[in-house]
Design a protein around this ligand. Structure first.
Ligand code: NAD
Length: 214
């Protein structure tokens, strides 16, 4: 099965399975079952069983999966063993922070350069990655076969940047700007919505405070 044929919910749960499996001490956990994973992460047993069956056919009755094999199968399913080059547009505070983070390679993402309209930033480097002028985007994407674009520009500029990315041959966009992007059907936009996460946190906090009568 390939990642396109399973649900987005399953795809979004797989990284937490992986992180749990990788946290298990080596030696003591040769085998792991869906039930163990479900209990550790507070998830539904049947759900986890189904999710794992999508990525690995190597589960054994009563024993479960060989932990190392399951880790490899999930990584390979998620494409972590296959590094994808990406570009960032908007080398500001957030763009710079993402460029400085070394850990994306573990998830198969390699940020190669950034683009910005600010002439004072163009020509500089962030963690060894160049900030380039916007008119170099199409040529770089074509030459390096880049298919992932990350948007970290202000909301008002995001649609224009998105259109430029699509014209440059980008197929998958990770958008941090708080705005809805219009794209052709063959382009995937993953919206990073911090406002939604904060709304959940703040609703929980309000409920907890109400219960305590504070
Ligand atoms: P910032 O002002 O520090 O950086 C924005 C960068 O985009 C600047 O370098 C600017 O020159 C560049 N830019 C502006 N218009 C452009 C264009 N048309 N083409 C190319 N580059 C352009 O902003 P920031 O704080 O890094 O936030 C960036 C985006 O991420 C915003 O949409 C913001 O709402 C969102 N965001 C930021 C944070 C955060 O923690 N900073 C968190 C969540 C979401």
């Amino acid at each position: 099965m390939n990642p396109k044929s399973i649900s987005k919910q399953t795809l979004m749960r797989l990284p937490s399975y992986l992180s749990y499996l990788k946290s298990l001490p080596e030696g003591d956990n040769e085998y792991v079952s869906a039930t163990t994973v479900a209990m550790a992460l507070g998830l539904n047993d049947v759900q986890v069983r189904k999710d794992l069956a999508c990525v690995s056919k190597k589960g054994r009755p009563k024993l479960g999966y060989v932990t190392e094999e399951l880790i490899k199968d999930i990584e390979s399913f998620l494409g972590y063993d296959d590094l994808n080059d990406a570009i960032i547009v908007g080398a500001g505070r957030l763009g710079g922070a993402l460029m400085s983070y070394d850990g994306f390679k573990e998830y198969g993402l390699n940020i190669v350069a950034a683009f910005d309209v600010d002439e004072s930033k163009v020509g500089t480097e962030i963690c060894g990655k160049k900030v380039l002028p916007m008119d170099k985007m199409a040529e770089l994407c074509e030459r390096m076969k880049i298919r992932i674009g990350i948007i970290t520009v202000p909301a008002h500029a995001a649609q224009m940047v998105c259109d430029m990315l699509v014209k440059s041959g980008i197929y998958a966009i990770w958008n941090f700007a708080p705005t809805h992007l219009k794209v052709p059907d063959n382009i995937l936009v993953q919206q990073e919505n911090m406002a939604a996460s904060l709304a959940v946190l703040s609703a929980h906090l309000a409920e907890a405070i109400k219960k305590k009568g504070l």
